[in-house]
Write a protein that binds this ligand. Structure first.
Ligand code: FES
Length: 581
């Protein structure tokens, strides 16, 4: 194994040379209280920390970053914490998805413009994970991800509560008049009782697990609950390993391949993971110069059983998953579906990383002969309503709706839906198909998690808990229901979803992967000719940049100018280095 020499470090150009500028870098580092022996000839490890006072999922990162630094110091590196935009899922409006690419850009440019030799990426709350990884892949320095870890189980009168999933469940019960305001208050008090990200198999747990399978974390890192002392140990060990990765020059594009992304997709499917992973993994793969398509998800879904008995599709929570053996044990149940020869950031293969892991609870991590679903954790639909694809999660819907035909009830945007959904005179029954327009990447904008349209109150009172819903929005990974999502092209740019009218018959057949609007070509053409493009929502600032460059959901919603060009993707070239003047 060849090891880098200190003068080959990227930071050497800032610190090691003898010129006027390096004098400035050294004297200003001294100003911060560091002696030159603290950093001279050592790898500078940038710690990109998405802590913020308004991100509850990362509230422990103030402490964890000290543990990462401890590991970096112990391994002979020089840790430099760099705060980055936090993307707090519960608070940021209209949606964190509007800002995923901004954090990706910030990550890439922090790494490019400062003397980083390697980096530790600290994230976990939904979009932070793909954003940090996308930026780091584009910069391609030695990189390791420290997942925030799930919070502890929620508690309500002694029963376990799951993030998101139980919010939707008890909200529906409150609206149906089945629980009291005091019950609802008790749910509010008990559902989030420790630091850490959502503890259902929502987007956060899905993405951190995917990133572990890609080989970008220490083995076993993604499943450790945030408050567990082993999480602090993992943070420290990740800091240590970041230093070693620099000396060994282990960079993500050296080991990421189409097969490692297939492994990540297979894992997401077997976990019954979030539909959001589709958008994020496509975008991450593209940053690595790898073409991952919607159809690849569908191919892998047909052969992959759902084995994680975790909410929203199953019963348990991430804390239970950790005690059952966590992701490493889970992957031992999928070995025939994974390419275990894929390399990882620890210099070993995925197979090496899971060797010896044992499942401790067959109720949580199901055996292959007792899957939650035999296949189809997610499914990709095509048809005249979604020419470029749409997404559904068969694992989280009532089975009778997988084949359904019903009349459309159309809401032209979110406000229209919010204004009318509980109207007692709404012309709706359990067979209706709720359609939400203008909720996609351009339309909302930002493609918010509006795709789990609420069941109309009058149907809730009749006992209806699921119905077919269609939109170009996303859905929270903690949600459930017969929700067709990510319809592409979106309605705002004239996709067929924009042409649906009340009463049109819509047909879904999940098994056949079809989604169709049952009206004739001539009628559709007539409506298309009459369609008028809606007005633009942002005329300045970041929003204007976003609207100009955002791509559709089937392309991963990255900005067109952030994808590698063909040449650099093919050769895995790092981007240009800054001049140091
Ligand atoms: Fe942060 Fe769910 S709110 S992961």
């Amino acid at each position: 194994m060849t090891r880098k020499k200190p003068e080959e470090l990227r930071s050497h150009r800032w610190y090691g040379v003898k010129d006027l500028r390096s004098f400035g870098h050294r004297s200003r580092t001294a100003q911060m209280g560091y002696h030159r022996s603290d950093y001279a000839g050592k790898p500078v490890i940038a710690i990109i920390n998405t802590w913020s006072d308004i991100n509850p999922c990362h509230s422990h990162f103030k402490q964890r970053v000290e543990e990462v630094k401890r590991g970096v110091w112990q391994a002979g590196g020089f840790p430099v914490e760099m705060p980055a935009m936090s993307l707090s899922e519960p608070f940021q409006k209209p949606t964190t998805m509007l800002y995923r690419n901004l954090l990706a850009m910030e990550t890439e440019e922090l790494l490019r413009s400062y003397p980083a030799d390697g980096c530790v990426l600290m994230g976990g709350c939904d979009k932070t994970t793909p954003a940090l990884v996308m930026g780091a892949l584009s910069m391609n320095l030695p990189s390791i991800f420290v997942p925030a870890g799930p919070m502890l189980r929620g508690d309500y009168k002694g029963a376990a509560l799951g993030s998101g999933s139980d919010t939707w469940k008890y909200w529906a019960e409150l609206r149906a008049g089945n629980i009291s305001e005091q019950d609802w208050q008790d749910v509010e008090d008990g559902i989030a009782r420790s630091p850490g990200h959502c503890m259902t198999m929502g987007t956060a747990s899905t993405m951190t697990s995917a990133v572990e399978v890609l080989g970008l974390t220490l083995p076993g890192a993604a499943s450790i609950p945030a408050p567990d002392s082993r999480h602090a140990q993992m943070a420290s060990l990740s800091g240590k390993h970041a230093v070693e990765m620099v000396w060994q020059d282990i960079k993500p594009l050296d080991f990421l391949t189409p097969a490692s992304f297939d492994n990540a997709v297979t894992t997401v499917l077997a976990l019954g993971g979030s539909t959001n992973a589709i958008v994020h993994l496509i975008a991450m793969a593209k940053r690595a110069g790898i073409g991952l398509t919607l159809d690849r998800f569908d191919q892998l879904a047909r052969r992959t059983p759902v084995l994680a008995n975790l909410r929203p599709g199953g019963k348990f929570l991430m804390e239970d998953f950790f005690y059952a053996g966590g992701l490493r044990a889970f992957l031992t149940r999928l070995t025939d579906l994974l390419d275990l020869s894929q390399h990882t950031c620890v210099g070993k293969t995925l197979g090496d990383n899971i060797a010896g892991a044992v499942v401790h609870n067959d109720e949580v991590i199901l055996p292959r002969d007792k899957p939650l679903l035999p296949n189809d954790g997610l499914a990709i639909l095509h048809g005249n309503l979604a020419p470029n694809g749409a997404v559904i999660k068969p694992a989280a819907m009532e089975a009778h709706l997988r084949q359904h035909t019903g009349p459309a009830l159309v809401f032209k945007d979110y406000q229209d839906m919010a204004d009318r959904i509980d109207d007692p005179d709404l012309d709706v029954d359990k067979n209706s198909v709720l359609v939400l327009q203008s909720a996609g990447p351009q339309g909302a904008p930002g493609m918010p998690e509006w795709g789990q349209l609420p069941i109309p109150q009058k149907l809730l009172k009749q006992g209806v808990r699921d119905m077919l819903r269609i939109s170009d929005a996303r859905m929270s990974g903690t949600s459930y229901g017969a929700c067709v999502l990510h319809v592409t092209p979106e309605s705002h740019i004239g996709g067929p979803l924009a042409l649906v009218r009340d009463g049109d018959m819509i047909q879904i057949d999940v098994q056949a992967r079809r989604l169709d609007l049952l009206i004739g070509h001539a009628e559709l053409a007539q409506r298309r000719a009459a369609w008028q493009a809606p007005s633009v929502k942002f005329t300045r600032g970041y929003g204007k940049l976003y609207l100009k460059h955002i791509q559709q959901a089937d392309k991963g919603c990255d900005f067109d100018f952030l994808e590698p060009d063909d040449e650099s993707a093919r050769q895995h070239l790092p981007p240009g280095e800054p001049e140091i003047h």
